[in-house]
Design a protein around this ligand. Structure first.
Ligand code: EPZ
Length: 440
């Protein structure tokens, strides 16, 4: 497995460009299954999860053309298979996002139950209850969800109140409702920017979705959906990660091609801590850091509050802040795996259930570390950038799932980081970043 070798102590400076949002691209790719016509998606991030989703669509019978690396032309005119197999779902939970589109357009779908992951049990019960409310028959058999529309025909619109805010649950049901008979109303829906982006694509395909981005979404079903072109929004979590990178190294970064409005709570919290974040223009931030950071408590919650996907990166930053910060994780029940790795570098962190207390500032020392999940690995990279000496991070396949060539982007702004490849075949083929010289 590939590793990262990082030697810390350099202040980052320069310009970095943000890629498209993984968590918008995945549902948007699944949405192509709703139509027999071509859906063209631009600004797709070149990350492992997008490759997995593409493979799933092709296994189902879709064709995916790539006129250029970050554009996919998806045509689901000849879907022959209605099944997302365990091999794929266990590598990427977001594969469950094909359930809604297949069930709604073809009246049937079989998707392996995702099972738990490093950050929590992560059931999909709320997705399934909602599909039943749209008239589907849903049963679990041999580790699979087998769903059928009533009499193999169309789903029927209805009122759905989510017991808990669920991002992919909202996306899955919103997609299914676009082809249902009548009106569907989703209450307590998730409001993440990725949901608004998906709704924008669906409406371009001819759907009638209103209220996306609020907790009440109304979808009036239509007979069929057509073709569309759509550009994926910037990745707000990648943006937040690079803000943290500039802050933890006391650097000076210009972050381009981002959408500051999508991470207002993160920007607000970093400013409270003492990071200077200037909006140069609507898609560019200038981030610099004064000498001293001040510890501040934070609680993760669904959008528009502070996102759980920035919690690990924030913890790494708090190891360098004056005072004690209490981090409360309310979204996932087991999302402090990175804490023990940071402790190996000397960080002062204590965990009590869903609360982590971080005391700082503490000089960190480089060490061999193991990444456990996508965002945990980002926090270890941040810690490595400020630690004394060398840090080796193993299992960086986790970070490749959601960050496009993060080591190349960091090196380009002065970090001493390199990828130690296990073997040529294992990792993603090298592609030059927008605006970066091709590496030989
Ligand atoms: C999405 O996951 C994101 N993934 C996650 O990002 C993100 O952490 C999460 O939303 C929260 O913001 C994608 O968009 C592909 P949820 P999702 O359903 O939809 C419970 C990353 O790092 N729940 O909103 O799977 C669940 O266990 C990833 O990019 C149920 O109990 O998350 C959790 O505690 C990690 N039953 C909470 O709700 C259900 O049926 C929120 O989960 C569904 C969810």
């Amino acid at each position: 497995m590939d590793k990262f070798r990082i030697t810390g102590g350099r202040a980052l400076s320069g310009r970095v460009s943000i890629s498209g949002a993984k968590n918008s691209a995945l549902p948007c790719m699944a949405a192509a299954l709703l139509s027999a016509e071509t859906v063209t998606l631009h600004n797709l991030p070149y990350v492992r999860d997008i490759i997995t989703q593409r493979r799933l669509l092709e296994d189902l019978g879709a064709t995916v053309l790539t006129p250029e690396l970050r554009t996919h032309k998806i045509s689901a005119s000849h879907i022959e298979l209605f099944e997302a197999p365990y091999e794929l779902v266990r590598t990427m939970r977001a594969s469950v996002l094909v359930l809604g589109p297949l069930l709604s357009r073809f009246g049937k779908a079989k998707v392996s139950l995702p099972g738990g992951c490093a950050i929590g049990t992560r059931p999909i019960d709320l997705h399934l209850v909602a599909f039943e409310k749209l008239g589907a028959e849903v049963k679990l058999e041999g580790g699979n969800v087998i769903a059928r529309a009533p009499n193999g025909g169309r789903l029927v619109g209805g009122e759905i109140q989510f017991d808990k805010v669920t991002v992919t649950g909202t996306e899955n049901v919103m997609m299914a409702a676009t082809l249902a008979r009548g009106v569907t109303v989703l209450q307590n829906a998730a409001c993440e920017p990725e949901i608004t982006d998906l709704a924008e694509l669906l409406n371009k395909m001819g759907a009638r979705v209103r209220g996306a981005g609020t907790s009440r979404i109304e979808i009036e079903g239509v007979e069929e959906l057509g073709s569309a072109q759509h550009t994926i929004i910037p990745d707000r979590i990648e943006t937040g990660t690079f803000i943290a990178a500039a802050a933890i190294t006391q650097g000076d970064l210009e972050i381009k091609d981002c959408q500051p409005l999508h991470l207002a709570a993160v920007i607000d919290k970093f400013r409270q801590v003492g990071v200077s974040i200037e909006e140069i223009n609507p898609s560019t931030l200038r981030v610099s850091c004064p000498k001293k950071l001040t510890a501040k408590d934070v609680t993760t919650q669904p959008h528009p509050q502070f996102p759980t996907d920035m919690q690990a990166q924030y913890m790494a930053l708090m190891t360098q802040a004056e005072g004690k910060a209490v981090i409360e994780e309310t979204v996932f029940e087991n999302r402090f795996m990175h804490a023990s790795e940071l402790q190996r570098m000397g960080a002062r962190i204590s965990i009590d259930g869903r609360h982590a207390s971080v005391t700082g500032p503490t000089p960190l020392t480089g060490a061999p570390l193991i990444a456990s999940d996508l965002r945990a690995s980002a926090s270890l990279v941040l810690a490595g950038l400020v630690a004394k000496g060398e840090t080796i991070i193993d299992r960086v396949y986790h970070i490749d799932r959601g960050y496009e060539k993060i080591e190349a982007k960091l090196r380009n702004v002065g970090a001493d980081i390199e990828r130690i490849r296990e073997s040529v075949t294992a990792s993603l083929p090298h592609v030059p970043q927008p605006g970066m010289a091709a590496e030989v």
